[in-house]
Design a protein around this ligand. Sequence first.
Ligand code: ATP
Ligand code: MG
Length: 286
Amino acid sequence: MDDIIIITDLVKSFGDKVAVDHLDLRVRRGELFGFLGPNGAGKTTTVRCVATLTNFDSGTIIVDGYDIRRSPIEAKNRMGVIQQQVSLDKDLTIRENMISHAMYHMMGKREREAKIAELTEFFGLEEYLDKPVDSLSGGWKKRAAIVCAMLHDPKVLFLDEPTSGLDINARRLLWDVVRSLHSKGTTVFLTTHYIEEAEALCDRVGIIDRGRIIALDEPKRLCENVGSVAVEYMEGGRTNYRYFGTRDDAQAFASTLPTEGEIRIRRTNLEDVFVELTGKTVGGQK
Ligand SMILES: Nc1ncnc2c1ncn2[C@@H]1O[C@H](COP(=O)(O)OP(=O)(O)OP(=O)(O)O)[C@@H](O)[C@H]1O
Ligand SMILES: [Mg+2]
């Protein structure tokens, strides 16, 4: 299997806090990889290490065959990043930000202008191009940041919670872009708290908790490992969940439950997997 990202034994601490704890992870060339985990699990830190936006304590990271410490320029040219915190230069206009990104990646003027025009139109940014960054709302800044990250046609595109703060139109546009990039062979590394989106879009999903990968597989396989059929029932004033390999086993269990209170038997989804493995709901404690 051809792995475009190979992370081995990665450690990154902030003072006493170990944010990424001996993490091993391989992402396959051309896959749409989903990265899930509770708040503070280490997702952004991992992305920032791989994308060469921050240093790390130990371990190795190889991107498309280049060790990012030994060959940072080659590695950087293969990656585009849409950061969780939008990182545009506030002193410049949107167009100037795009030009500076293109120049950083040594794109020629003609190629740069064609690409800016194409992506600006796609994201409906034309009327904002010559405005200063700070005059745009958060969602429009994010659209501009997405265009910047995609300008140089990176082989790997990191999207760290790209849709948070976006309105429904922008979110749909972004998913269209992600699907189209994926179909053209770009590797997409997507961090998200929208688990249904990860389930629908991603070839494989990795779940990180406290700086370590605790599960990694195709969404369907992750659900099967927990048990493909879920029984949801009320007990002691709260909803409880149990998982079974077959509908018959789920039904047999449901028949033992008190009949008052609603009982639901349904397909297990990725959110169930997440809660089972991390013991937390997305974004906070259970
Ligand atoms: N610059 C920093 N200084 C100190 N601690 C940090 C810094 N950046 C991250 N951390 C800590 O590292 C841990 C991992 O944070 P990280 O931002 O990677 O989590 P995350 O999985 O992206 O979370 P979220 O879902 O909230 O975006 C957290 O405990 C966080 O407080
Ligand atoms: Mg984050």
